[in-house]
Design a protein around this ligand. Structure first.
Ligand code: HAM
Length: 415
């Protein structure tokens, strides 16, 4: 038997029903916030991702040469693609330019619960200018989407990369030397961050201070001791979020984010019930367009890990409504078969979801099947009823049965 590739999944009809339900919910929240959908290719030039992150990232991607000897990769995320698209074609759009996307991403990772090689992201990006409003709008959209899904146990942790970057710069560490330190601090790998900071010439006192800062979490008041530009900016973002009325948002100065492009606000959302792979969303403001040959613009965005969010929702015991057919049409015998097809077509044409017997089964087996697919009603097309232009409509949950003229069948079912 041929198996699917490692780290990928197939989705059953039930799973797809739930996935589409939550996907369209997220879409409608994004649209209600003034965002419009974009789509970019699933594969890109590898260079799009190595430009900022360096050649090391190739190890984590599905990268290959195509038949024209071009370096190509399956996208590991969509932010770089959206900004490339902006630089290529969208610079004349009015700003702020608010876009959202949904699609699969590919990362060559070790698969485990909640971590796949093919996964889906629902994300959004805004291109405009550096105002706290833009960042608050972005965090606000992520919060609104999660709130709408009905998920309860999650926390939105917001920080500013400028706080730690500023402390490092004060200690004389910046640029390429700062990046690996920030990445270790992001993962709270203090034992590995410390020697890097020592090697960069930092004093024991400033190392201690910076480690303490990564542990600062809590309500807005924890920022009282962090004046500075970054702290002030964060306070303004929180003030706007408070007006929007979001819960589950707190300060966390230890959020650094693994991706190399962030420059300002950074935020992550955890759903603790998921265990090790609990991060369901990540984002922040960043600078990429100038790297792709465009003007330098302020941009901010996030991506929700769609698969993990659904896992978290499921863990909380929530289920999406099942998609059931409204009616299943059963001819009682071969003589009424043709009429049954006509009745099914009438219902379908009038927007009633309808299935019918295409296996030439007997009544008993047809009822069993209608029950198995969860049809709300069966429409029984019998010879005697047809003589008076009627069919029998049976409600599958109550068992109640009623003769209905075909000419008022649509109205009856819709009512
Ligand atoms: P990211 O944190 O790398 O950010 O990914 C966003 C989310 O995708 C994660 O929080 C996680 O839920 C999900 N995710 C990542 N890897 C996997 C995986 N292997 N399996 C399942 N889910 C996964 C970004 O991708 C940025 N582009 C976000 C962004 C947008 N920043 C600014 N704009």
């Amino acid at each position: 038997m041929i198996q699917r590739p490692r780290g990928t999944r197939d989705f059953t009809p039930e799973e797809m029903g739930a996935r589409r339900y939550y996907e369209s919910m997220m879409r409608s929240v994004a649209v209600s916030h003034g965002f419009r959908e974009v789509q970019t290719p699933i594969f890109e030039h590898t260079e799009l991702f190595t430009t900022k992150s360096g050649p090391g990232i190739v190890e984590e991607m599905y990268a290959f040469k195509d038949k024209g000897d071009r370096e190509i990769c399956l996208r590991p995320e969509l932010t770089a693609s959206v900004i490339r698209f902006f630089v290529n074609d969208l610079t004349n759009y009015p700003r702020p330019l608010k876009m959202f996307y949904f699609g699969q991403c590919f990362r060559y990772e070790r698969p485990q619960a909640g971590r796949y090689r093919e996964f889906f992201q629902f994300g959004a990006e805004i291109i405009g200018s550096a105002t706290p409003e833009m960042d608050a709008e972005m965090i606000g959209l992520a919060a609104a989407i999660l709130e709408r899904t009905g998920l309860k146990d999650y926390k939105i942790r917001v920080g500013h990369i400028g706080v730690l970057k500023g402390m490092l710069a004060q200690a004389g560490v910046s640029g390429d030397t700062a990046l690996p330190i920030l990445q270790k601090l992001d993962k709270k790998m203090y034992e590995e961050a410390e020697p890097l900071m020592k090697a960069a010439g930092m004093s024991a006192d400033s190392i201690e201070k910076i480690i303490a800062t990564t542990k600062v979490t809590g309500p807005l008041s924890v920022l009282d001791t962090y004046g500075g530009e970054a702290g002030e900016y964060l306070k303004e973002v929180f003030a706007i979020l408070a007006q929007f009325g979001f819960r589950n948002v707190e300060v966390d100065l230890g959020v650094v984010r693994g991706l190399a492009y962030y420059t300002g606000i950074v935020f992550e959302v955890d759903a603790p019930k998921l265990g090790a792979e609990k991060q369901i969303c990540g984002g922040g403001s960043y600078s990429l367009s100038e790297l792709f040959g465009g003007e330098k613009v302020f941009s901010t965005g996030f991506a929700i890990g769609f698969d993990r969010t659904l896992l978290a929702i499921e863990k909380e015991g929530q289920t999406a409504p099942k998609l059931l057919v409204d009616a299943y049409v059963i001819p009682v015998n071969d003589k009424t078969r043709m009429k049954a097809y006509e009745v099914a077509a009438l219902l379908r044409r009038n927007g009633i979801s309808c299935d019918l017997d295409i296996m030439r089964r007997n009544m008993g087996k047809n009822f069993k099947y209608a029950d198995a697919i969860g049809a709300r009603r069966t429409i029984i097309v019998g010879e005697k009823e047809l003589e008076s232009g009627c069919v029998n409509v049976r409600d599958m949950s109550s068992g109640e049965q009623k003769m209905v003229p075909i000419e008022s069948l649509v109205q009856h079912l819709k009512g």
